[in-house]
Design a protein around this ligand. Structure first.
Ligand code: SF4
Ligand code: SF4
Length: 154
């Protein structure tokens, strides 16, 4: 199955960034973004007042709009937002042009399966390494607890 679909542009977008919340990306997209951020030294910058906002969104000086620091390699779901019937922009709902149900998008590898939880923040937020280590520590602790419980109950 061809996984390419043409995404029409959304002329009405004001670049307000309201839709730049947690966004998922496929492994292929993550690799492309990783290459770009390394080459261009682009940082994930958390938004103190809006922790779920994408760290690649940069506000303009007046704070009313902004732009995407990884625009040329932004994930498919970012490109499709606003023109996809399933992801309408709340400000310009009339801009929707095409339809792609989520399961079909997963099948075509346009978005990752939900189970992969491939959020951009998980890959590019600065504390991701720390969170991974903490998760490993927790897992190790749980394994130890389980072993001890088994020993006590035997
Ligand atoms: S698609 Fe809509 S919410 Fe997203 S930046 Fe454009 S105008 Fe704002
Ligand atoms: S990658 Fe770019 S377009 Fe996508 S959510 Fe982040 S700032 Fe918005």
């Amino acid at each position: 199955m061809a996984n390419k679909i043409t995404i029409p542009s959304m002329p009405s977008c004001t670049g307000c960034g309201d839709c730049c919340g947690p966004v998922a990306a496929t492994v292929k997209e993550i690799k492309k973004i990783a290459h770009k951020v390394k080459k261009k030294r682009i940082k994930w910058i958390p938004h103190a007042l809006d922790p779920v906002k994408c760290g690649f969104f940069r506000y303009s000086d007046d704070g009313k709009s902004g732009s995407c620091a990884i625009y040329s390699v932004r994930p498919w779901s970012c490109q499709a937002f606003g023109v996809l019937k399933e992801m309408p922009c709340e400000f310009f709902p009339e801009a929707v042009r095409i339809s792609m149900p989520a399961d079909e998008a997963v099948k075509r590898r346009l978005i990752p399966p939900y189970s992969e939880g491939a959020l951009l923040s998980s890959h590019f937020a600065p504390d991701h390494g720390d969170r991974q280590i903490n998760a490993l520590r927790l897992k190790k602790q749980q394994d130890m607890d389980n072993i001890m419980l088994r020993e006590v109950s035997n």
